[in-house]
Design a protein around this ligand. Structure first.
Ligand code: PLP
Length: 434
């Protein structure tokens, strides 16, 4: 595979951009080699600047539920552009998208649009703190909620991949207010709440969780984990935040909360909600959301929030979901087909690796024991994953360039794509000869 143009661009990029990229995991650092510079995407395919074509399972790290550049989103953007790019004043489309989000996700009674998942989660925490008058928050080891200071404590995704789950630059004060529990371990949460009780009750404003974890690789919640979290938060008057930036509109039209039938107090969104443009949102119970400025005292604002071009893409994406609820069955069936095919390949070469999957989110972990939390995830052989990644890439399959990420199937992936992927995986594993 010729990648000369990418190599040249990467050398140039490194002079002007830290690490040559605008978001760390893009740099291929954990798998080695040079990141590919992409020139265009169409459906399930991505084409790099050297003209190599790949079946893409990153989907821009989550947004591309419909594949690259679907005509209905492109047309919505083009038609919005005719009217101008930004007004800094309310538009009708913002009302329509807010209403649609509340319809698709019933726990959301009011919603505020922002520009990224990070903005959504950090704002949701501020609202929870303003609402409860408490400072501390609980997050789970290996979960990623964006790059706000108080989340970069034992964080997942790139932070985990690069071995700095707790980032320099995060103050001691921030770190002290973030309490870390173990995913899928309700006792660890109870213990933290107990330890943080004073005569005035517990000091915890919010518990934030990925209802299905995707940023330490895909990890499903064990039976009753989410329900027990809900009960605990009710008893202790703690705001329960589901971070559905990845799972929202991916696992079902109502996200993980619909699948598991648990209603959080607040939900954060990103990725699919913007139809490929930079959008995030947070919403939930009216009583809590009315705390947000200007209806309440908790300040949160954004010059480009609710931007008309971004809203046109998001509204097109969510309308499609509303009108085509059957896509989730198709996604699940196609993803199950891929999972089975990959597993057959692994069995054929006599290896027992783990594949965790729910709907169109999945991760192949290079470890023999079930992966249920951070500690079992990090047992994975990341070196072997790196080699596998490059073997797949050579065969035209573009996986996330890190072990601790989810791969995504889109509605643009055809049976032919999936078969090609299954075959490439078997050949890759065989060629590795470990
Ligand atoms: C991607 C992600 C974020 C951060 O979103 P950005 O748009 O990258 O800021 C937050 N939470 C979860 C669960 C995510 O997957």
């Amino acid at each position: 595979m010729v990648t000369l143009k990418s190599e040249n661009l990467f050398n140039e990029a490194k002079k002007y951009i830290p690490g040559g990229v605008n978001s760390p995991v893009r740099a291929f650092k954990s798998v080695g080699g040079t990141p590919l510079f992409i020139s265009r995407g169409n459906g399930s395919k991505m084409i790099d600047v050297d003209g190599n074509e790949f079946i893409d399972y990153i989907g821009s790290w989550g947004p591309h539920l419909f594949g690259h550049n679907p005509p209905f989103i492109r047309e919505a953007i083009l038609s919005a552009l005719e009217n101008g790019t930004s007004f800094g004043a309310p538009t009708e489309l913002e009302v329509k998208i807010a209403k649609l989000i509340c319809e698709l996700v019933p726990s959301v009674e009011m919603v505020r649009m922002v520009n990224s998942g990070t903005e959504a989660t950090m704002s949701a925490i501020r609202v929870a703190r303003g609402y409860t008058g408490k400072d501390k928050i609980v997050k789970f080891e290996g979960c990623y909620h964006g790059h706000a200071d108080f989340f970069l404590i034992k964080a997942g995704s790139g932070a985990l991949t690069f071995g700095v789950p707790t980032s320099p630059g995060v103050t001691k004060g921030n770190a002290a207010d973030t309490l870390i529990a173990e995913y899928n371990n309700i006792e660890s949460v109870k213990k933290i709440i107990h330890e943080n009780k004073t005569t005035n009750g517990n000091q915890i404003a919010a518990i934030i969780v990925e209802p299905v974890a995707g940023n330490m690789g895909t990890i499903l919640p064990v039976e009753n984990f989410l329900k027990e979290l809900r009960e605990l938060c009710n008893e202790e008057k703690i705001v329960l935040i589901f971070d559905e930036v990845m799972t929202g509109f991916r696992l079902s039209k109502g996200g993980a909360q619909e699948l598991y039938n648990v209603k959080p107090d607040l939900t954060t969104f990103g990725k699919i909600i913007g139809g490929g443009l930079p959008v995030g949102a947070y919403g939930g119970k009216r009583e809590i959301m009315e705390m947000v400025s200007p209806s309440g005292p908790v300040y949160q604002a954004g010059t480009l929030s609710g931007n008309p071009i971004a809203m046109s893409a998001g509204y097109a994406a969510l309308s499609y979901i509303k009108d085509h609820p059957e896509i989730y069955d198709t996604l699940d069936k196609n993803s199950a087909y891929l999972e089975e095919g990959l597993k057959d390949g692994l069995k054929n070469i006599g290896k027992n690796f783990q594949i965790n999957r729910i709907g169109s989110m999945m991760t192949l972990f290079f470890t023999e024991k079930p992966v249920v939390d951070y500690n079992t995830a990090i047992k994975s052989d990341t070196q072997l994953f790196g080699k596998y990644f490059h073997e797949m890439l050579k065969r035209g399959i573009y996986l996330p360039p890190a072990q601790f990420e989810a791969m995504f199937v889109s509605i643009a992936h055809t049976k032919e794509d999936l078969d090609k992927t299954i075959k490439a995986s078997y050949e890759s594993l065989k060629s590795l000869n470990y």
